[in-house]
Design a protein around this ligand. Structure first.
Ligand SMILES: [Cu+2]
Length: 156
């Protein structure tokens, strides 16, 4: 299983070298923002990334905004086998010296009220606003949903 995943990851990396991208602001690194490809009629999608805080104080992602959708910060929780999304109105903490992965089945940026589908390869500009570091515009690359829910995205 592990070998297969590595092979897949290598294949992806060589096929789509432009996908690896990261951003730095303050003590934060925002690695590989990506958004899930949608069906043509979909009105919502999720955005994912990995944020590392090398500082000695907690940081907080307060909000996200975009001109193509209404953006909210969500977490998916599973209760009695049912997935439910909850808005994180107080933001999402990235602990000092820690890494927080936004991924399917967990934390995500929810894009709602889409007027068109997300198509693989597109780049969606999103403004992220942090409590300490301030705001930064990042590009979320649209990638296909690889099935399997919470393990649908591989690290690189
Ligand atoms: Cu959501």
């Amino acid at each position: 299983m592990k070998t297969t995943l590595i092979a897949l990851a290598l294949g992806l990396a060589s096929a789509m070298p432009a996908l690896a991208h990261d951003y730095r602001i303050g003590d934060l690194t925002i690695d590989h923002p990506w958004a899930r490809e949608t069906t043509p009629m979909a009105r919502a999608s999720g955005g994912f990334m990995t944020i590392t805080n090398t500082g000695d104080r907690d940081e907080r992602l307060l909000s996200a905004s975009a001109d193509f959708a209404r953006a909210e910060l969500h977490i998916t929780v599973t209760e009695d086998g049912v997935n439910r999304m909850m808005e994180q109105e107080d933001g999402i903490v990235i602990p000092a010296g820690g890494t927080l992965e936004f991924k399917p089945g967990s934390y995500h940026v929810m894009f709602m009220g889409l007027t068109g589908p997300f198509i693989e390869g597109e780049e969606k500009e999103v403004t992220l606003i942090f409590e300490r570091a301030g705001q930064i515009d990042v590009l979320f690359t649209v990638e296909p949903f690889q099935g399997g829910g919470h393990t649908g995205h591989m690290n690189h």
